[in-house]
Design a protein around this ligand. Structure first.
Ligand code: 4MI
Length: 396
């Protein structure tokens, strides 16, 4: 029994995915904490509570898993991540190492190559005119630059997209989407495992630098392999969908694209606003480490709590006119990169990718228009597009 309002929304249903906005509003209106009887879990969709839970890693732990499965009761589908699915103090030790390896200075060092690849790609798509924005830009660009930065070779990079789909579907129930993503999972997992090995990683890439930390005795080499797995899990699909939504948003807001194109200093703030409005990660879980009271509602220990990140990013209690794309608003405190000790460790790389790609597009592309309806790619936790037909006109 619970004193939280009971809501009959299933966040892993086709219906929710097709139109998450009205459901988000219903969840917010129902109260600061709700009980979702569809899965026997608690939920929060208001900005203030989602933000507070993300920052309270002691009450809302991650070692119970970031998905629906409670790792204290169910066996995880893969060995838990040392970052995403761990708590302080164990988390703190490895997080510090990964943060250093992806420090602002290191990320700045990636800039020239990221800009060069972005310029080549932007020139190529501008010349083609009719493109699929997902395959030819949003996926193509992260697949070019991110595995290079990690030190993963060219062969088999498409496995990263397939693995991303497995990882992000695994955060939901064991439904049809999960089973579909896990079909033929074996070869994908073998490819991933092979590419987390030191001998597969180029010298001085981010992956090799994790092994250098192992050489110094800061982590074990098994831990280095698992941390490389984290980079390969979270580094491609997430940015691909962020870039796809940025393309979609500019295609449907031509006046804003014209402003960004004419003044590329607006690329960064515009990308934050895209991230607010189109959070690639829709939902994430925490697990209560003890009985907790949130806004007067008691949540018992060891319960799964679903955080509606995308809904929180459009909570009218936090954001005036929340559904409006407004590149002049201060949007950087959105929750699409999380918050607190688990906040996205790769955020600076994602921001660099977006900045490089859209600055290059500003040079090469005058207009971006939808050439047909975008096709969604249903996923248990991602706001994902399968296809985005675009018509581009080249800059003169
Ligand atoms: C929420 S995005 C994400 C972050 C980390 C990992 C996977 C997905 C991981 O494997 O560490």
């Amino acid at each position: 029994m619970t004193d939280a309002p009971i809501v009959d929304i299933d966040p892993f249903s086709d219906e929710f995915r097709r139109d998450p906005e009205p459901a988000g509003e219903r969840l917010q209106e129902a109260g600061p904490v709700v009980y979702l009887k569809s899965h026997g879990i608690y939920g929060m969709a208001r900005y203030a509570e989602v933000h507070a839970v993300l920052r309270d890693h002691e009450s809302f732990c991650s070692s119970g898993g970031a998905g629906l499965a409670n790792f204290k009761k169910e066996k995880p589908w893969r060995p838990p991540s040392l970052l995403l699915e761990a708590d302080p103090p164990e988390h703190t030790r490895v997080r510090r190492i990964v943060s250093r390896i992806m420090s602002p200075r290191v990320v700045e060092g990636l800039r020239p190559e990221f800009e060069r690849r972005a310029d080549e790609l932007a020139a190529r798509v501008a010349a083609r005119g009719e493109i699929d924005g997902v395959a030819e830009l949003a996926q193509a660009y992260p697949l070019l630059v991110f595995p290079d930065a990690v030190g993963v070779g060219e062969d088999g990079r498409e496995n990263l997209i397939r693995y991303g789909s497995m990882v992000f579907n695994s955060f939901g129930p064991r439904n049809e989407l999960f089973r579909e993503a896990m079909k033929d999972a074996g070869p994908v997992q073998e490819w991933i495992a092979a590419h987390t090995r030191r001998d597969a990683l180029a010298p001085d890439g981010l992956g090799d630098r994790l092994y250098q930390a192992a050489d110094r005795g800061e982590i074990t080499s098994d831990e280095a392999a698992l941390l490389v797995r984290s980079l390969l899990s979270a580094g491609v699909d997430t940015t691909a969908h962020a870039l796809a939504w940025a393309l979609h948003t500019f295609a449907t807001h031509p006046a804003e694209w014209a402003r960004v194109r004419d003044d590329p200093s607006l690329v960064r703030p515009a990308f934050e606003e895209v991230m607010r409005l189109a959070s690639p990660v829709l939902t994430m879980f925490r697990t209560t480490a003890r009985e907790v009271t949130v806004a007067g509602t008691v949540i018992p220990a060891d319960e799964k709590v679903l955080l509606f990140i995308a809904a929180a990013n459009r909570d009218p209690r936090e954001w005036p006119d929340p559904h409006r794309f407004d590149i002049d608003r201060r949007a950087a405190h959105h929750l699409s990169f999380g918050s607190g000790v688990h906040a996205c460790v790769g955020a600076a790389i994602a921001r660099l990718e977006a900045e490089a790609l859209f600055t290059a597009l500003a040079r090469h592309v005058r207009t971006i228009e939808l050439a047909g309806p975008p096709t969604p790619r249903p996923n248990n936790s991602l706001n994902a597009l399968a296809e985005l037909p675009l018509h581009l006109t080249a800059a003169r």
